[in-house]
Ligand binder design. Structure first.
Ligand code: FAD
Length: 406
């Protein structure tokens, strides 16, 4: 192989970090690097709940790919991947086709609605800039409409969030801060508005330390969030949801159901014919697909078992970034003619969940629990660290979160 074609699919955490690291490791004479992404911008998925609630403008969350990727070294193709053909070493795009010698699949996640009637058609999901912007606009429209109708419709002011995991809780935290502002803007009594979080498990944030969970629920309840735990969402219509708890059903009128209870890997992965486990590629230690040594998979499309727990590592930005760094390293080894690739080892730097502007919970440095303001400062430091890693000081100063006294 003279000058191999390396094609990277997706410019989220996994894809953009692979590209940025690779452009530093390889010269233009070593390989042709192509990055494919739907949009000409990269966005930080972990900030989308803020855009959806309207507490942070979406332009803070996205950044032009050209600002971090060197287009003299990387061929950027703005297009949508429609299929991956590993047997032919080709990728079909909406507007063309690409051949590869090495492929990196970093196409992220999509919502999983588990066949719940009406959910796919009637619920919103927080998946990208467009869907987050739509939720913000939709909530604002319903608030604006409320006082413009003779018959006041409570469903305009009821917001249901399905799922009390990381995303659902972070989103209700932002809503709890945003709603009082919206009430002021649209002359609505705050007591009229309901923010309802529905979780099927007996507790929200399953897997989190119980003390942190209690803190989170108290903080959110104090700001007007209602929890329905142990409750299954059974059906969603354009203006209601049906939930079931202890064999009793309850209908809640709402024009706004946001589904944050399930994600799966991008379905293009399963459709590609690559060997999958739970819709993801269970990668080898060097992050290559077991059946196809020329395909690396990173981020939410990859599955890696945690040997200690016997369960897969949860899909996070943290693991996606670490995988991307190793994928770039291993690709550079292959391009250089090497055969001994490095194995992935996850460095758990902790987990922090935001509960709104200056409130959060988390576990860092192994077992140190953080609550409230200090946890929210830690969250901003994690976000800022990523920007520094991706685009250096310039990007950090442009996009970083420095307002720690909100
Ligand atoms: P993504 O970052 O989602 O990137 C996928 C990219 O592929 C996108 O740019 C997309 O546009 C592109 N793409 C998709 N399909 C196509 C196609 N067909 N053609 C072309 N391009 C395509 N994780 C944490 O570690 N900490 C957190 O605090 C945290 N908070 C979160 C909060 C929210 C609201 C959400 C939704 C998730 C959160 N996560 C968090 C999870 C984290 O965001 C994901 O695990 C992470 O984004 C996965 O990275 P990725 O590179 O696999 O995918």
């Amino acid at each position: 192989m003279n000058k191999p074609n390396i094609v990277i699919l997706g410019a989220g955490y996994g894809g953009i970090m692979t590209t940025v690291k690779l452009q530093k490791k390889l010269g233009v004479n070593d390989a042709n690097i192509t990055l494919v992404n739907k949009h000409d911008y990269h966005y930080q998925t972990t900030w989308l709940h803020e855009n959806a609630a309207g507490t942070l403008h979406h332009d803070r969350t996205r950044l032009p790919i050209k600002d971090v990727v060197d287009f003299s070294k990387v061929n950027f193709v703005q297009d949508t991947v429609v299929s991956i053909k590993p047997e032919e070493k080709k990728v079909a795009l909406e507007n063309g086709e690409l051949d590869y010698d090495y492929l990196v699949v970093a196409l992220g996640f999509e919502a999983a609605t588990f066949g719940i009637p009406g959910l796919l058609d009637n619920a919103f999901t927080i998946g990208n800039i467009n869907s987050a912007r739509l939720i913000r606009e939709h909530i604002e429209y319903n608030f604006a409409k409320y006082n413009n109708e003779t018959e006041k419709k409570q469903e305009r002011l009821n917001i249901v969030v399905g799922g009390g995991g990381f995303t659902g809780i972070e989103f209700v935290g932002e809503l709890a801060n945003r709603i009082p502002e919206l009430c002021k803007e649209y002359d609505i009594d705050r007591n009229q508005v309901r923010i309802i979080n529905v979780e099927a498990a007996p507790t929200v944030l399953p897997g989190f330390d119980p003390q942190l969970v209690e803190y989170a629920m108290n903080s959110l309840e104090a700001r007007g969030v209602e929890f329905k735990v142990g409750a299954m969402l059974k059906e969603c219509t354009p203006n209601s949801i049906l939930i079931e708890k202890d064999d009793k059903q309850e209908e809640i009128l709402t024009n706004t159901t946001v589904w944050a209870a399930g994600v799966r890997a991008n379905s293009l992965v399963e459709e590609s014919g690559l060997e999958v486990n739970r819709g993801k590629v269970e990668v080898q230690p060097d992050l290559r697909a077991p059946s196809h040594p020329d395909v690396f998979v990173v981020g939410d499309c990859a599955l890696i078992m945690n040997e200690e727990t016997g369960r897969p590592y949860p899909p996070t930005a943290q693991i996606a970034i670490q995988e991307a760094e190793l994928a770039a390293k291993n690709l550079a080894i292959l391009v250089g003619g090497g055969t001994h690739l490095e194995s992935f080892e996850f460095m758990d730097r902790g987990t922090v969940a935001s509960l709104g502007h200056d409130d959060a919970i988390g576990v860092v440095f192994g077992d140190k629990k953080l609550f409230g303001w200090s946890a929210s400062v830690m969250k901003k430091m994690i976000d800022n660290r990523y920007l520094l890693k991706l685009g250096g000081l310039g990007l950090l100063l442009k996009k970083g979160k420095f307002n720690i006294f909100h």
